[in-house]
Write a protein that binds this ligand. Structure first.
Ligand code: SAH
Length: 222
């Protein structure tokens, strides 16, 4: 088993040889395994039983999140994962201020994946979201495939609650400085409907939590 889950089992959960543990593969399946040997950084297990695999539950949500400062972006990944999104695509937008060194990109992506893994672990979700490569807003909106598409835009007169959702939704969320008029026009061309979440301007990570929770409520999942 990898170093991180090994460490979690030995240092946090204090498991011993012979203990049974539940493992998941991030693609909907979970397994019961027995710990056969245990060091701080390397735990070996024996597979006992494959639990039946589960379908991803609820409306499929693809999140296009403009890069923002590291801490709120990580927060957004954690919360979106807990709320069961299928994919998260970090986006470069016109007002993205964060500049990532090319040599930092891989380590940042690994960090985001680790945050998502921990979030799944903590909420008992067997499906990990796909964390896509960083891409431009244009690239994402031309390729994302969803029945409903919305862009969270404080200036919109349309309230999120006035819409109906089913099957799948793509959600675009802007940076600290919001999307430009140009970008909103581009999003509209690709059938993204601008919607607002009330009159308060929320931090982007709060907007993500609010929109996903509202959509799941509207779909009667909450
Ligand atoms: N600086 C901008 C707000 C940016 S907030 C301003 O003062 O208007 C960052 C992102 O969160 C926005 O691009 C939008 O996608 C989302 N957001 C925040 N509050 C929102 C609201 N009330 N309605 C819809 N989207 C919102």
């Amino acid at each position: 088993m990898d170093q991180e889950p090994s460490n979690h089992l030995t240092q946090v959960l204090r498991k011993k040889e012979g203990s049974l543990v539940e493992l998941f593969d991030g693609r909907g399946s979970s397994f019961i395994a027995e710990i056969v040997s245990l060091e701080k950084k390397l735990v070996k297990v024996k597979l006992i039983k494959v639990e039946s695999s589960s379908e991803r539950k609820g409306i499929k949500i693809d999140l296009g999140q403009s890069l923002i400062k590291s801490e709120p972006f990580s927060h957004s990944i954690q919360k979106a994962t807990e709320l069961g999104v299928s994919s998260i695509s970090p986006l470069y937008t016109e007002r993205t201020v964060v500049k990532l060194n090319p040599d930092k990109i891989q380590s940042r992506k690994e960090r985001w994946e680790s945050i998502a893994k921990h979030a799944c672990q903590q909420c008992g979700e067997n499906w990990l979201p796909e964390i896509n490569k960083i891409q431009t807003l244009k690239e994402w909106i031309e390729t994302v495939n969803a029945k409903n598409k919305i862009v969270l835009y404080p200036n919109s007169k349309t309230k999120l609650s006035s819409l109906k959702f089913d099957e799948s939704v793509a959600i675009a969320v802007g940076p600290e400085g919001d999307f430009t008029d140009n970008e909103v026009a581009l999003l509209k061309e690709q059938d993204f409907l601008p919607v607002q979440l009330g009159e308060r301007i929320l931090r982007a990570d709060t907007a993500v939590i609010s929109a996903i929770s509202a959509i799941r409520t509207m779909c009667k999942e909450f």
